[in-house]
Design a protein around this ligand. Sequence first.
Ligand code: BES
Ligand code: MN
Ligand code: ZN
Length: 510
Amino acid sequence: MVLEVLKIALFGAETLKAGEIVAMLHMDFKVQIASFYSVHADARIVPRFQDQSDSGLPAKLQHALTDAKKRKLFEGKPGQTYDFQQAVFIGLGPKDAFLPHQFMRAIGAAYPVLKRFGAKAVAVDVTHLDSACVSFAVQGLRDAAYRFDVFKTEKAKDALLEKVVLVAKDERAHAALRSGLVVSDAVLWARDVNNQPGNVATPAYMAEQARKMGRNAKLKVTVLDEKTLKKKGFHALLAVGQGSLNPPRLVVLEYAGGSKKDPWFALVGKGITFDSGGISIKPSADMDKMKYDKSGACAVLGAMSALSALKIKGNVVGVVAFAENMPSGSSYRPGDIVSSLSGKSIEVLNTDAEGRLVLADALHYVHSQYEPEHVVDLATLTGACCIALGEQFAGLFGNDDEFLKQVEHASKQSGDLVWRLPVQEFEDQIKGEFADVKNVGHPKGYAGASTAAAFLKQFVSGSWAHMDIAGMAWNTSPKPYLASGATGFGVRLLLGVLSNRNAFKKANDN
Ligand code: BES
Ligand code: MN
Ligand code: ZN
């Protein structure tokens, strides 16, 4: 066991070496089954529910907390912190409404406080919490510590938090620590690669990163380059990329965690490395954020990177479509009619509705090649989804109620929150005038997230869930628990859906 802990502390989680691009977080985690206040540390994190009585704490802390409550400085609300001497209280909200994922952002909010302390070793009290909170503690602290600073000549000279002791009640904490590190590696990898700017992260670069990641994560990786895409007839993907000097790539990653007879589970991601809008060009304000238009693909790649380390059962295929949407003399134009891999013709009314075009080919490809049992796609697809659901929820769409319930369940476990929106009712709106389908719905953009989903549905032939993550994929303002930039939204949710299927299968086998 000691060796095991040492190994994790020194090398991070098992198989995944996320590559040179992941920021090295020199933070070592260790589980200790002990009584919390007997553990030595420079600082300690003390979780509190909103309705919890102050008794049971050491006298000094009890007084400090009672005093803070009286002065309305700390009530135990989610996201609240209050520090006294070397203790940081973190709020978890009302106990009966608490979900383990909330521990992630609660502990993350304490990270800036620990930095202010200059703490090198911190002890976290998880003795009264579900072992899942151990995993979320790891993810929360590492998420809070991550910075995208590879291009900065002078890195922040923050005091480093070197050692985190998770003080837990039983042995289950060890497995939770291990999975927390694996999931966190996957999320940080996804954030890091997504934060890369468009001049670095071209479709070819993204394919190369996928290849490297796949080698470390025991995946079979196939990259279809421009020539192959042409030969195979990916007309919609090629149309989107034809205005750019950086040609498209389609990356296919296979994880064989089941037998040959087992069905495939498919993950599909939108990977627009930069979305200028093309000839239907976007306004300048915030156009820089369109480097994050590859967030769906990054989430799929991040999730794929963790499958083998998490010993997920079953076969999983990831398909990510990369292209850059640029205006030039070779760009596709509004009014163009393009074909697609499926053979359906598409009328391009707006070149800025490009995500659905690359997904059309990726979705058709995965259906025709793998006949998957379920498909989930993730995409920063519409501004309309941000208008509808803000930065609170991703939009969830689909054609299979049972499956969507599984996704919703994993959403509540993982903290990657989703909200259901309708699809079928909008299919009429994307019928083409001069082609089979058109790439925009209502001329005023009404229900834009649903009409986009209705378009995707035309290229789907089985159980399917679509997530519009436009409002969730990056942070517009830095939070104490998460720097500005890519959030890694979707990685945890996808891993949750796949892990739950494991548990479900096990129950059925027995
Ligand atoms: N990548 C954008 C969607 C987006 C916009 C995500 C803002 C996050 C923030 C997508 O390709 C797009 O431009 N969609 C258009 C569709 C419209 C032209 C039908 C949109 O939402 O305006
Ligand atoms: Mn666009
Ligand atoms: Zn886009």
